[in-house]
Design a protein around this ligand. Sequence first.
Ligand code: AOF
Ligand code: ZN
Length: 362
Amino acid sequence: MLEYSVLGSMQHIFNEGVDAASMSEWSEDETSFMARALEIAERGRMKVSPNPLVGCVLVKDGKIIAEGWHDHLGGLHAEQMAIHDAEERGISPNGSTAYVTLEPCNHFGRTPPCTEALMWAGIKEVIIAHEDPNPTVRGKGSQTLTDAGIKVRTGLCKQDAHEQMLPFMHWCEHRRPLVTVKLAQNLEGSVDDRSGMSKRFTSEECLRHVHELRANVDAILVGANTVVRDDPQLTVRGIGVKNQPLRIVIDPNKRCSVDAQFTKGEGEFLHLTSDFTSLESLLHMLADRNIQRLLVEGGPMTILEFLEHGFVDEFFFVHSDVTHTEPYLSNIDTVVLESHGLTCVERLQWGLEEVHHYRKNL
Ligand code: AOF
Ligand code: ZN
């Protein structure tokens, strides 16, 4: 489990298997089966976007007989993989209960409908954590199952499933990506020491966490000032990813060199110059390109723009205790974050740096 993900830390549900809100409605066994489905859904992390992470377990006579998860984009859906797993083990899924973290789909997409697979497999009951807000599904999956005489119950560990699928849920609901910001500064609020060449002032271990964060987003954005000063590559390094995030630079005054690092190497980039109109239209355009989670890495002016428009959903505020000879102040602090609807939900340690993780109530 990755501590920096939108999940914060989901470890509690895997350890305790309890979703407080559902305690009265659901048995302990049911809750632990769904907790397992949520746990195995994690195996698709960094591989399924723009699809959500989905897990499924099949239960017969009080025991898990098969497991499946949506492993990668274009791969089997969780339910189909679980049915396949039962067959491979030589166990009939007939008469079992499916615990699935998302309402089964009812459409022909990259795969045939999961509702049909469940019916064919003779599943007698389907327990769902969260409805699928995708317009092509939205209740139709549950309805199809019910019409076929399969018992359907929904809402077990719903909050945890929502958290796990947050970028997907947000994208379905708002048609714009979830915006995550990362900003590192020292105790006086400086993001750069202007007395010399630009250089990283946070620890090696902190950098590793930043790359993990990058590996969990679909796009990374910076403003022109950051490119001119730091010339970053904006790629994921040290972690195997199937696709590099889309690199986006906002540069309306055409200040970036045609030779800038972000234009090089593997992966796509978007250099927005005169074609940049507004953050809002950019976010909608990104959503249309299936970008569900965007990481804004700087600089402070770009981040403030996002904050002032109310577009920041999540903020990793990295605090270093190095001193800067010629500080460059961000003008971003706790008060600014709180005034834009963000609340500190946890404190993390990324190497030498303490990180305050802020979130909107999503
Ligand atoms: C499920 N089980 O494991 C997942 C579902 O293009 P496709 O065929 O991969 O379908 C993608 C949509 O299906 C996705 O947007 C979401 O609504 C649903 N994902 N559904 O029954 C799964 N990953
Ligand atoms: Zn499906």
